[in-house]
Design a protein around this ligand. Structure first.
Ligand SMILES: *[C@@H]1O[C@H](CO)[C@@H](O)[C@H](O)[C@H]1NC(C)=O
Ligand SMILES: *[C@@H]1O[C@H](CO)[C@@H](O)[C@H](O)[C@H]1NC(C)=O
Ligand SMILES: [Zn+2]
Length: 442
């Protein structure tokens, strides 16, 4: 009886282990195409839409359509590729590119390296954490351990719950220095709004790592943390992020039920209540905005947290990390006709961020308005309801969205060896941002 039960347990375990792989969405029938002729983009999209009507497998996904590079990258089914003669294939083997972002040894948080490896003997975090992308459990445990390592600096704060019941967590870094930061000047940094943009999550963690480990060691970081509070959310979309680890590496939205039974997920970055338009898009679409603003639970909880729980904090800066395209985007996203306040300084700061990155790594990040990136210059409503616009309009004096590396060789599937280089160049931009905000002349 005992042995039997144990046997059943083993079989179940094996089934589970295999299932984890069997469930993972297979992309072997797709390639990533790049198109260079801008005047043909509209035609290509409408043709793709027609083909997608014929057969569900022909669903396509626009990965990037950016003004700064004048290219459009699209995931297209192999069977219809020949109908697009001007396609240049940039990712031939999508499944191989996907597995390159996952470590071969990593199965769970504890299998690869125990948490003791992530901290040195004096409880300081170590950079080995950035050798690989980390799953949600590992990141959340890492945040909890940071709180233990820096009890006078770090608080993990619960900001709400996702549709699938996961915790939404923010890291509040504060020296509670009432003398040096009397009016609670605060910088907010978020990543992982879009589930598949793993590099945005690792880069937020890298920023946390740098700020904390340099405090008290370097004059710069000591000044930042004494004079500023930081509210940092590495994984804005936990359900989606977990889903990209277990089911579909290229998932983008959250995992909320929609009115359409078979389609899950709201695009969180179309859910914020500023210039929200419930564009006539379908719940199955990658950029589905929901039926009303703040329907995405993550956006709603965030609003509650920042605007109610943290209402006495003065948000001077907001940085939202995404990928990919290597761009510094300034508001607004919803319309190119809407002029942001203080445009001149906003531009100066944008170019400063881009220059800080270039000086660090030589990488070029284009500066442009978010509306151009989101296509709202071509079609109104495309860029509506973004976190950037909402935060800029309601809470943060300075606000940017940074689209991290690369420019398309790997797209959303940036291999783990780039985690540190991207972390370093973006951290240089974060330092510039803090210096700018602490500049007494502004
Ligand atoms: C781009 O497409 C337009 C419209 O199809 C065509 O007239 C033009 O020659 C193309 N340009 C290039 C550089 O291929
Ligand atoms: C969503 O994306 C599709 C293409 O994938 C596009 O046609 C549509 O206009 C987009 N809608 C919004 C609201 O961004
Ligand atoms: Zn994104």
């Amino acid at each position: 009886m005992r042995t039997n039960a144990f046997g059943v347990w083993i079989v179940n375990l094996i089934v589970l282990l295999f299932a984890a792989n069997a469930y993972a969405k297979d992309y072997s029938d797709y390639k990533i195409c790049r198109f260079n002729n801008e005047s043909r983009f509209a035609y290509i999209i409408s043709k793709l839409k027609d083909l997608a009507m014929i057969k569900q497998d022909y669903e396509f996904d626009i990965w990037a359509k950016s003004k700064s590079h004048e290219v459009m990258d699209v995931r297209i089914h192999n069977d219809i590729l020949e109908q697009f003669p001007d396609c240049t294939i940039i990712i031939e083997d999508l499944d191989a590119a996907i597995s390159e972002t996952k470590s071969s040894t990593q199965e769970g948080p504890f299998s690869n390296s125990g948490f003791q490896d992530f901290f040195d003997s004096s409880k300081k975090p170590k950079d080995i954490f950035f050798n690989e992308y980390r799953d949600l459990d590992t990141i959340y445990t890492w945040l909890d351990l940071l709180q233990l390592s820096f009890p006078n600096l770090v608080t993990v704060e619960w900001t709400g719950q996702t549709f699938e019941g996961r915790d939404l967590k923010a890291l509040h870094i504060s020296t509670n220095n009432v003398e040096k930061n009397p009016d609670k000047k605060t910088i907010i940094i978020t990543g992982g709004v879009h589930a598949r943009e793993w590099i945005s999550v690792s880069t937020v963690c890298y920023t946390i790592f740098q700020l904390l480990s340099r405090y008290g060691q370097s004059d710069t970081e000591t000044k930042f943390l004494d004079h500023l509070d930081f509210l940092i959310i590495p994984v804005f979309n936990p359900d989606g992020y977990v889903y990209t680890w277990t089911h579909d590496r290229l998932w983008r939205k959250n995992r909320q039920q929609t009115y359409f039974p078979r389609c899950f997920g709201i695009d969180i970055d179309h859910s914020f209540d500023f210039q929200w338009t419930g564009s006539n898009n379908f719940p199955c679409s990658e950029n589905y905005s929901g039926e009303s603003p703040f329907e995405a639970l993550e956006a709603e909880s965030w609003d509650e947290y920042v605007n109610k729980v943290k209402s006495e904090y003065n948000i001077h800066g907001y940085l939202d990390f995404h990928s990919y395209a290597q761009e510094v985007l300034y508001p607004y996203g919803y319309s190119c006709d809407a002029l942001p306040r203080d445009l001149e300084n906003l531009l100066e700061l944008s170019y400063g961020l881009s220059k800080a990155i270039r000086r660090k790594s030589g990488k070029n990040y284009h500066v442009l308005s978010s509306c151009e990136d989101r296509g709202s210059d071509l079609q109104p409503g495309l860029g509506s309801g973004s976190a950037l616009d909402y935060m800029y309009h309601h809470r943060a004096y300075w606000a940017f969205q940074l689209k991290l590396r690369d420019t398309g060789n790997h797209g959303f599937l940036l291999p783990a060896k780039y985690i540190v280089p991207v972390g370093e160049e973006i951290y240089a931009a974060v330092q510039y941002f803090c210096e700018f905000i602490l500049n007494p002349d502004l």
